[in-house]
Design a protein around this ligand. Structure first.
Ligand SMILES: [Zn+2]
Length: 235
């Protein structure tokens, strides 16, 4: 594994040291409990921001705490690309459906244009669990975009039954939590409009439903060769 001096590689170094200690000496009773370890893991990664509202912790979390799931630099660049789309989704969804302001549904009313909230814009906002500072006064409360699954290491992908060619393996895909089919369709329409207006393509935009009737949105953007595969998949 190639490591440099960046914050992510520093974190990987520490993770590998922990694994090596665990393997050579049985110190399990002296180490933090799994839940404490997971808390520390997620809080460190949550501090590593990919875009103003999305952190590395959010796109690497999983309920399988024992499975190593730290992406490569290449995968992190892919995750940043996807999160840039999610910033646009977050902004437009809030302006259209959440904000009490009189912004018209058409995107002419989007404050600050298409690039607001994108990487390079102000990064003073806290993570999406909080309410960002509201300098403009137009949005009083904001709804977060909640990622239920992002990057998956080969081991994690296998564990959750993902496809061996899944875009999750390269950090190109995220699954987004939705309240139901209506919200999934609203998200999908915003992402399709954004693709048209900015003349960019995505690879997959799939509204998926499991056997229990739960919906989510699978969204993927690759560095190139995006296929713009758009489907509703009902299991
Ligand atoms: Zn997915």
């Amino acid at each position: 594994m190639q490591l440099c001096n960046c914050a992510i590689c520093d974190f990987k170094n520490k993770e590998m040291e922990k694994v090596s200690i665990n393997k050579t000496i049985n110190l399990s009773e002296h180490l933090a409990s799994p839940s404490e370890a997971a808390l520390s893991h997620s809080s460190e990664l949550n501090g590593l921001r990919l875009t103003p509202h999305f952190s590395l912790g959010e796109v690497t979390k999983s309920k399988h705490e024992g499975i190593y799931n730290i992406p490569s630099h290449v995968a992190i660049e892919n995750l940043k690309r996807v999160c840039a789309w999610l910033e646009a989704l977050r902004l437009r969804y809030n302006l259209r459906y959440v904000s009490g302001s009189a912004s018209p549904p058409e995107l002419g009313g989007v404050r600050g244009g298409l690039n607001e909230g994108m990487p390079g814009a102000s990064s003073d906002h806290p993570t999406h669990t909080g309410t960002p500072p509201n300098s403009g006064g137009e949005i009083d409360t904001e709804e977060p975009i909640i990622i239920s699954s992002g990057y998956r290491s080969p081991e994690l992908n296998k564990k959750v039954g993902g496809s061996p060619t899944s875009n999750h393996l390269t950090g190109c895909a995220v699954d987004i939590r939705v309240a139901g089919i209506e919200q999934a369709m609203r998200y999908a329409v915003i992402l399709m409009d954004y693709a048209d207006e900015t003349k960019q393509d995505y690879d997959e935009l799939l509204i998926e439903r499991n056997k229990s009737g739960g919906y989510w949105l699978h969204f993927a953007v690759r560095p190139k060769d995006n296929r713009r595969k758009t489907m509703v998949m009902l299991l």
